[in-house]
Write a protein that binds this ligand. Structure first.
Ligand code: AVI
Length: 351
């Protein structure tokens, strides 16, 4: 079976764009604002920069350069998350597959390069279909094609969508017989949602999975703040470059006039809120233009670019149960840095 056409849900937040350049006149931005940017994202950026504290949505990190920098982060010594989750998956994918049973439809939220999911696909018994969901339609089509070639007999039905919005999964071919839906959301991306958003998102996943549905969730755990501090302040400065890259993206794609050298990457763990906060702190009082609007920054003022929540096992259980899931199993590493949960949609879930 080959990869089907990439289903397109209404695209709200594109990741990369071609930018049409023009010769700038005196005092004008050097780059033309990109009209292809959906108005909703442009408005979100401007509103975030007008709010107090100033904020930018973390999804902006992942343009082409940002995605490359994130890949580098995943390989850093200090960034324990990726290798620890991979080790958990290598050790326990067989048990996860045994719990899921034969013939499931595997739905991956934010499939990217679909690396971790191969460990699951290798372990699952006769999976009926794989539905990778990602906002980047080109990457998705390429990755779906590769998976279809590697797993003959697996129906691959990619869905190009912002998975934080409402989703309708693609129809499966009539001859595909499947059991339950198994959602997969690895990488601790759940930590990049504020708790109310995380709850709403997980409730949406429970709806998509339906009765007897399953969610395999990768989540980063609370731990020694020194370990967290190092993970988000790596010695090589890759995380700092990743954070600052968002300003370059706004310059290129929204005609903004940020000077990245005027901002300090600042990341710290707040143990009360249980989150790492990433900020870009303005080193001087100055004004920039963004999407035709003036934005003033005080000396020392922050643009809050990301939160990365860390959970205790008990907090994860509470979150899961409020979202309509029961924790069936949880696997962690020897140092209890990271965990992968096997969650089942609770019988008494209310829509
Ligand atoms: C994608 N996400 C889970 C990463 C995290 O750790 O919150 C993004 C990241 N930000 C800085 N380093 C990595």
């Amino acid at each position: 079976m080959t990869a089907g056409p990439v289903e397109r849900a209404p695209e709200r937040y594109p990741v990369t764009h071609d930018v049409s350049r023009h010769e700038a006149g005196e005092g004008e931005p050097r780059t033309a604002p990109n009209d292809a940017w959906p108005e909703v994202l442009r408005a979100e950026v401007v509103a975030g920069l007008r709010s107090r504290p100033k904020t930018l949505p973390p999804k902006l990190f992942y343009d082409e350069r940002g995605a490359r920098l994130f890949d580098q982060i995943c390989g850093l010594d200090e960034y324990y998350l990726t290798r620890t989750e991979l080790a958990i998956m290598r050790a326990h994918a067989g048990e996860m597959a045994a719990l899921a049973g034969a013939g499931c439809v595997l739905v991956e939220y934010g499939s990217g390069e679909a690396l971790k999911v191969r460990l699951l696909l290798d372990a699952l018994r006769e999976p009926a279909a794989y539905v990778p969901i990602d906002i980047s339609a080109e990457q998705l089509a390429r990755v779906a094609g590769a998976i279809a070639a590697e797993y003959p007999g697996l129906a691959v039905r990619p869905l190009a969508a912002d998975y934080t919005g409402p989703l309708t999964l693609p129809e499966l071919p009539a001859d595909v017989r499947s059991s339950r839906r198994v959602a997969y959301f690895p990488g601790s991306t759940i930590g990049n949602f504020h708790p109310p958003e995380a709850l709403a998102f997980l409730r949406g996943v429970a709806r998509v999975c339906g009765d007897e549905g399953v969610l395999l969730l990768g989540a980063d755990l609370r731990k020694d703040p020194a370990v967290l501090h190092a993970a988000y302040n790596d010695a090589a400065g890759v995380t700092a470059a990743f954070n600052r890259n968002v300003l370059a993206r706004l310059n290129r794609e929204l005609g903004a006039t940020f000077d990245a050298d005027l901002f300090r990457h600042y990341a710290y763990y707040n143990p009360v809120a249980g989150r790492v906060e990433m900020h870009l702190v303005s080193l001087e009082e100055h004004t920039v233009r963004v999407a035709g609007e003036r934005v003033s920054l005080d000396r020392g003022e922050s643009i809050w670019t990301e939160s990365s929540y860390k959970y205790s096992p008990c907090e994860l259980e509470t979150l899961a149960s409020r979202a309509g899931f029961e924790v069936v199993r949880a696997w962690t590493d020897a140092d209890a840095l990271f965990c992968v949960l096997y969650l089942e949609v609770s019988a008494g879930r209310r829509g």
